[in-house]
Design a protein around this ligand. Sequence first.
Ligand code: BES
Ligand code: MN
Ligand code: ZN
Length: 498
Amino acid sequence: MDLRTSSEPASAASGASLIVFLPKADDFLSAGVPQEIDQALDGALTSLAADGELTGKQGEMIVVHSFGKIPTKRIVLAGLGAPEKFSLDVLRSTAASAARRARSIGSGELAVAVQQEPLAEADAAQAVAEGLILGLYRFDRHLSPPDDQHDVDAATLHGADTEALERGMEIGVILAEAANFCRDLANEPSNILTPTELAARAAQWGQDSGVEVEILEEAEIAEIGMGSFLGVAKGSNEPAKLIVLRYQGGGSEPAIGLVGKGITFDTGGISIKPAANMEAMKQDMSGAAAVIAAIGAVARLKLPVNVTAIAPATENMPGGSAIKPGDVLTAMNGKTIEVINTDAEGRLILADALAYADQLGLTPLIDVATLTGACAVALGNVATGVMTNDDDLAQEVIEAGTRAGEKLWQLPMYEEYEEQIKSNVADVKNTGGRLAGAQTAAKLLAMFVGDRPWAHLDMAGTDDSDKVKGILVKGATGTPVRTLINFVRARAERRSSG
Ligand code: BES
Ligand code: MN
Ligand code: ZN
């Protein structure tokens, strides 16, 4: 989709549909774009409002025809809800729903009147751009094209200050396209997106974005001693890859480390999963996808920081050489792990990836993983779990999420949980029983981050959506890509302002 800006009044906009946002207020037609359109349509909106058909309530989506009174054919009136509750997130989400509505009635070219008050125009333009690109996302590359499929090819954002619009729009495009790239990877079935293919797509994306790419093969992974990661890989015929992407925009500063779980399919291994819903486990690499996508966006934004993304990629399969319950693995930092359940494989590959990040001197460390069903049980599909050894860092990540409209909630890291993962034969065991399953997983990871400030994001509940709502469509959500980018943006700003 091609995005542009214009300072022409919205009533002069061309394009098949004009999206106009309406707050839920008594005087919503007495100012701004709504008033301008109402007057151009000889009071049509006033009479709809008088009949109670137009209220501006959240979720309301009314399509009216202009019958030649203005250049655009249709106006999509999108309700924003109560002004007290208005936010960037409401605007982003409403723009997404309105764009889908316009597409469904065949509008290939959109105009959007960017509603800003009381938001800054650049921020509003960013939210609208994100909403359009995220909301119109489709994963249809394996579908025969239906005869009646409509696509939106272009959108023009109308507002007062084109310089501000342009600035916000460009950021919005980069963030949303990165999230959609993450979605494309996560939605791809595992027969196509093998660890080799994930590495190839990461390399291509890295190259296109201006990021240095290094892919470590199994022999090299063995050489640096990643016995825990390679233990998981042993059950699969697909060669494992360690994907490392580096962006150097910040001189000699230490790099921020982003680590993502890249299980391209999780069968559970010898501790095999039940068949029901196992297909969802093609998405068990969405942590890897998120960190790969995020570092590309950081490079596209040319932020003055250093970032390294690390993604261990393998399948978790029950092959003849697979690890078995009771096996002991040695990670690259020398710590040993007793495998109680081969389905707790995410922490096994992340243990080595985090130890590697520590060894490379990366700081702070943020890992992203579809790690535990327990986290999904605790927080549902509403919020991503955050576990940390540094509460300030966790707060920083949570705030970056708020700006992205992505909810994160911190879970406690009580010392008592460590009891649950004590092993009789190794330094730690890879499961801690049913209680506090998200935290015992995090407690294992904590043993591999050295002294680095570290935050662990468990998005087992949030990486996938079963409904179409706001920026979400069915399938991969692209979370927490925009949170990660916002985190790095905030660090970059802090740095350049001394
Ligand atoms: N990839 C799964 C976690 C998961 C479950 C993600 C559902 C998304 C939706 C992970 O590898 C796993 O299997 N975890 C086990 C751990 C258990 C064996 C300690 C779990 O949560 O059941
Ligand atoms: Mn598993
Ligand atoms: Zn898994």
